[in-house]
Write a protein that binds this ligand. Structure first.
Ligand code: BV8
Ligand code: ZN
Length: 247
């Protein structure tokens, strides 16, 4: 379907009050200046593959290195703010039932005002104790490298899902349900290579939803979408979401 027709169809569906699910990735926060996983080339962390640092093995081998990486990312996220794409998803809540399923750990959807957010890969602001399992929210920037648990003194780890770790079953089940029940799935700024998150696109398509992708280039899930909308999500998503509100 050509882009103009496709955009119009998506805008019309949203304007008709359709039930929306939005699957977001690092590309949605790119316009806020947060480096994407594939895009952190210009940083001192460029010599590390995220897949190598975001693992329980890496943390077991060198927890200080992994904490320095997370502290660096927390600093970037704290210093920046959500962009127009995040805000447009929050605003559409007034007119449409919408659930955001995000792979991002930055907390920007909630900061932009979204109230129904499933953090599929956890949150960089959540810490979990390796000894007693206690979870706390800690937004200190910088954070003491190798932070310890206030309850038992154990080492704390970032409350994110690392490669080789399972997704929280409650979050996974809710996300699959939202993907299967939505009438429109917005796929925003993801390379679509990390599973099981990317599989949610096929769940929505197989359930008859209209699937629209917002990306600067085709991704690993583009074969499952009905409408591809090229460009930066910070420009394209507000335009289409707001078209529905006659704005
Ligand atoms: C698991 C939290 C069960 C941590 C993250 C099946 C096939 C292949 C592999 C597997 C498979 N099943 C499991 C695996 C292994 C693995 C996996 O998928 N590996 C990949 C690399 C192949 N999956 C797992 O390990 C998962 N767990 O399966 O458990 C299990 C357990 C044991 C053994 C076997 C199975 C857990 C994965 C979760 C890992 N944690 N994050 C942290 O953040 O530190 S993943 C992390 O990377 C992000 O959360 C996100 O998911 C991913 C990054 O991807 P994107 O968000 O898509 O970002 P990326 O930078 O790649 O791309 C940016 C995109 O935006 C691009 O398309 C670009 O064009 C676009 N863009 C850029 N700018 C803009 C834009 N678009 C619009 N506007 C712009 N301005
Ligand atoms: Zn503890």
């Amino acid at each position: 379907m050509s882009e103009p027709d496709g955009s119009r169809l998506v805008a019309e569906r949203i304007a008709s009050g359709a039930k929306i699910a939005a699957l977001s990735g690092a590309g949605l926060s790119a316009a806020s200046g947060i480096p994407t996983f594939r895009g952190a080339q210009d940083s001192l962390w460029a010599r590390y593959r995220p897949e190598d640092l975001a693992t329980p093995q890496a943390f077991a081998e060198d927890p200080e290195l992994v904490w320095r990486w997370y502290d660096w990312r927390r600093g970037l996220i704290a210093a920046a703010k959500p962009n127009a794409a995040h805000r447009s998803l929050a605003e559409v809540e007034d007119r449409n039932p919408i659930t955001v399923i995000t792979q991002n750990v930055d907390g920007y959807h909630q900061r932009a005002g979204s109230s129904r957010v499933l953090e599929y890969h956890g949150s960089i602001w959540k810490l979990r104790c390796l000894e007693c399992g206690r979870e706390t929210i800690d937004e200190r920037v910088p954070i003491p490298i190798l932070p310890s648990c206030a309850a038992c003194g154990g080492l704390l780890r970032p409350g994110v899902v690392w490669f080789g770790e399972i997704i929280d079953p409650r979050v996974m089940e809710s996300s699959e349900r939202e993907a299967a029940d939505c009438e429109v799935l917005l796929v925003i700024g993801t390379a679509g290579v990390v599973y099981p998150a990317a599989g949610l696109v096929a769940v929505a398509r197989d359930s008859g939803a209209l699937v629209a992708e917002f990306n600067i280039e085709p991704s690993g899930v583009s074969r499952w979408v009905d409408v591809f909308i090229p460009g930066s999500a910070a420009d394209t998503l507000p335009r289409i979401v707001r078209a529905g509100a006659g704005r």
